[in-house]
Write a protein that binds this ligand. Structure first.
Ligand code: TMP
Length: 218
């Protein structure tokens, strides 16, 4: 099962990813926790450049997809082939939102790179944690010094947020739009419920030795 979490800054992805991984661990379900950009030694170096260095938008997009190609081929697909769950902090939706919406790059161009690097390969489920941009940035500020993206304008993030909302609407099978303003425990429940209800190729219920409900119990 390949699960991704996405959304603009401060939506609570990290908290929810940690909660899910903790639950998988409790249930002895093999998984890896990873992130984009990053997830490989090379990808983490690329991440460092992306988050700290000014560059033109095309360079940014190409580096993100270079890191993604490495990540998919050397980490994500091998883990899935072993039957492990892959829990990934951000994926291609972020490229549409940040590089497409935020930077204004042509969506068709991003789509071409996605086709090249991914083909038909997609997450089984994507949780988009949605939060008003101002509130999210306030939350993100509390985490310390802002990285290159976190220094972008409100308008940049408003465009990115709109793309996430559009993606959720256009991909109802894969995407679950979650209100990031709700209590953490409510969001966690919503995510676990969605995982139980999901008719995933890996047979979610089966992975728990019968009914997905067992996933919800502590
Ligand atoms: P993170 O801080 O949530 O881990 O994400 C790092 C930053 O990278 C975040 O501000 C969004 C940005 N990003 C993109 O601009 N495009 C992408 O495709 C990805 C995966 C992340």
């Amino acid at each position: 099962m390949f699960i991704t979490f996405d959304g603009t800054e401060g939506g609570g992805k990290t908290t929810q990813i940690n909660a899910l991984c903790q639950r998988l661990q409790q249930k002895n379900i093999p998984f890896i926790q990873t992130r984009e950009p990053g997830g490989t030694a090379l990808g983490e170096q690329i991440r460092h450049w992306l988050l700290s260095q000014a560059m033109c938008s095309d360079t940014e997009l190409l580096l993100i997809f270079a890191a993604r190609a490495e990540h998919i081929e050397t980490v994500i697909k091998p883990a899935l082939a072993k039957g492990e769950w892959v829990i990934c902090d951000r994926f291609t939706d972020a490229s549409y939102a940040y590089q497409g919406g935020g930077r204004g790059l042509d969506f068709a161009r991003i789509q071409k790179l996605a086709d090249w690097v991914q083909g038909d390969f997609q997450p089984h489920l994507t949780f988009i944690l949605d939060i008003p941009v101002e509130l999210g940035l306030q939350r993100a500020k509390k985490r310390g010094l802002p990285d290159k993206f976190e220094q972008e304008t409100l308008a940049f993030f408003q465009r990115a947020r709109q793309v996430y909302l559009d993606l959720a609407k256009q991909n109802p099978q894969r995407c679950r739009l979650i209100d990031g303003c709700r209590a953490e425990s409510d969001i966690r429940r919503q995510i676990f419920d969605a995982l139980c209800a999901h008719d995933a190729p890996c047979q979610f219920g089966h992975a728990f030795g019968g009914g997905g409900d067992s996933f919800l119990s502590e």
